[in-house]
Design a protein around this ligand. Structure first.
Ligand code: MN3
Length: 196
């Protein structure tokens, strides 16, 4: 994925209504995500020929990690949601979740807790370890990426207030509850299948 342009959303800003409102989606994409990209490109000597993943792994400067992490996380976030999403994954990903967390419902509970208890701005992630294939849930502050040197991101939720404040104000729990209705499990399954 090129670092030059902001990736377009694969659906309209209002497509995730009534769960995530159009205004939040538009501002989140055109202002917040765009700002991370603009700020990243403004950092001296950033190698924009690299993929965002390679850039984050090779260039460990804090400014690159902050802005580049914002770019990476949001690039994925839009794809991890879709209109008429939700439900459960199928196939290998569902099996892996049930094996690791006992049931899909228990996984949802654990992931929800991670998202809810991330203090301040940050993300919760379901990741797959690239070496042993194990699933785990991570909490990350700020725009820290989900340790992509060792992990493939399967599902992530942005819990910065900018992701929900217009519709939900301080009610992060309600935003997380609604998020489950827009999860794109097809994309998550494809992420899971990336590393064997
Ligand atoms: Mn965000």
């Amino acid at each position: 994925m090129t670092l030059i342009e902001l990736p377009k959303l694969p659906y309209a800003y209002d497509a995730l209504e009534p769960y995530i409102d159009a205004k939040t989606m538009e501002i989140h994409h055109t202002k917040h995500h765009q700002a991370y990209l603009t700020n990243l490109k403004a950092i001296p000597d950033v190698d924009l020929t690299l993929s965002i993943e390679d850039l984050l792994i090779k260039d460990t400067r804090q400014a690159v990690q902050n802005q580049g992490g914002g770019v990476f996380n949001h690039n994925l976030f839009w794809l991890m949601m879709k209109p008429k999403g939700g439900g459960k994954p199928t196939g290998e990903l569902l099996e892996a979740i049930e094996k690791k967390f006992a049931s899909f419902e228990k996984f949802q509970e654990d992931f929800t807790k991670a998202a809810l208890t991330q203090f301040g701005s940050g993300w919760a992630w379901l990741v797959k370890n690239k070496i042993d294939g194990q699933l785990s849930i991570l909490q990350k502050p700020n725009q820290n990426h989900p340790d992509i040197q060792i992990n493939t991101a399967i599902l992530g939720i942005d819990v910065w207030e900018h992701a929900y404040y217009l519709k939900f104000q301080n009610r992060r729990a309600d935003y997380i509850k609604d998020f489950w209705n827009v999860v794109n499990w097809d994309f998550c399954s494809a992420q899971y299948a990336k590393t064997k």
